[in-house]
Design a protein around this ligand. Sequence first.
Ligand code: NAD
Length: 473
Amino acid sequence: MDTSTLSQPSTGASAIESLLKEQRAFFYSGQTLPLSFRKKQLLQLKKALQENEAAIYEALKQDFQKSPFETFVTEIAVLVSEIDFVLKHIDEWAAPKRVASSLLNFPSSDYVYPQPFGLCLIIGAWNYPLHLTIAPAIPAIAAGNCVVLKPSELSPHTSALIKQLTARYFDPRFMTTVEGGVEVSQKLLEQAWDKIFFTGSTRVGKIVMEAAAKHLTPVVLELGGKSPAVVDATANIEMAAKRIVWGKMVNAGQTCVAPDFVLVHEEVKELFLHHLTKYIKEFYGEEPELSPDFPRIVNSRHFERLSKLLERTKGRIVLGGQTDATQLYIAPTVVSGVDWQDALMEEELFGPILPVLTFTDIYEVMHRLQQMPHPLAMYIFTNDKKTEQLLIERVPFGGGCVNDVVVHLANHHLPFGGIGPSGMGNYHGKYGFDAFTHYKAIVKHATWLDVPIRYAPYEGKLSMVKKLVKWIL
Ligand code: NAD
């Protein structure tokens, strides 16, 4: 597709309105419907990612000193593998499906037609700035929609790169990027979209839903929360500590599904703390500020927020605690002796600080977690099936793992999404396709027979209809 002659959007209100007009005209032209078109666009997206690997590493490094290893695994590889998975299944997912007919409509053949919504706005967060903006675009494209991306302004290098890449690889009437901060986001949200997919904080999620409600636009909200990790006395304590350190410290704790805090059984607390500190040192060295694998905090606002929380905690800093404003560096930090009233338990931490609380009764843990705002994830470290079942079944949370953290994201067959304050709707794999698809119900009714009972006048038909309904339903 030659994109050279097509204008790229600016961010003024009238420019946004004309962008929507152009996209709507393109959508109604039917060009996004053939599967050949959708597949071509998905392959084009894959090409854009693969041809620009070096530029992606550089943008993420500039934004918060993310290592090429983490960028490859958490930003590029996941997207490419999602594209491959979707390409493998798109024929099956997008095909109209015949379903059983109702005798009430006899003679008919009944179908479900998967249809695109139309124009989709995707607003991304900064913490995995490429992944969280592009991942929802994959199912949006697969389902036959037009897409406008609004990456986060807090990761400006990645945002600029996404804009460049969409301009270079796609027709803007089909998919384009609008860059900007809160004001631009608000202008976009004033428009009548057919679907809005938002990733970000619970606070802004409410603003997005309110704006969407004005047009009755359906939303998917991928939000955050305080995701707990529970470690009971039967768990493999060393493995629990190692995996929790990995999931907490990857991206310097700036991961929506990172374990926010740990609840460890009193009996195994010391052993657990010992292994936590051991693995932090093993992964990042005695001086983590020198480690090329430990990223920085995204900006000074978040740095200040985290530093203040550290100053206010009444817990004991077991490891870390060092901060450096000039580098936006906060050391991997473990704080023990934390209680539920502590400053560190007030809000989602979203940084490399791990508060450790203790418990003795798993039922108390369950009751406590039931009272908390429902988190995006929960992690249960145990070898006791009853504990596992109790927490999975009775504590509300988006999704999670038993004896691991974060990795539930990596399975295309699992839905990813929150519940209540951590979000609504799911994506990944088929769940993503469903999020961007309207399932249209169609009855194709034959004309060779026209059962007269449904037509007025109804006199004398009630008893017959009662018998029919009883027989058919
Ligand atoms: P954020 O809510 O501040 O910003 C997200 C997006 O919303 C940005 O593109 C921003 O420009 C826009 N925005 C900000 N204020 C706005 C306003 N008043 N009106 C309209 N738009 C506005 O979130 P963030 O700081 O980028 O990300 C951190 C949060 O996102 C954390 O809570 C984290 O848990 C959550 N998160 C969730 C997921 C998930 O998949 N569930 C993934 C990553 C991050």
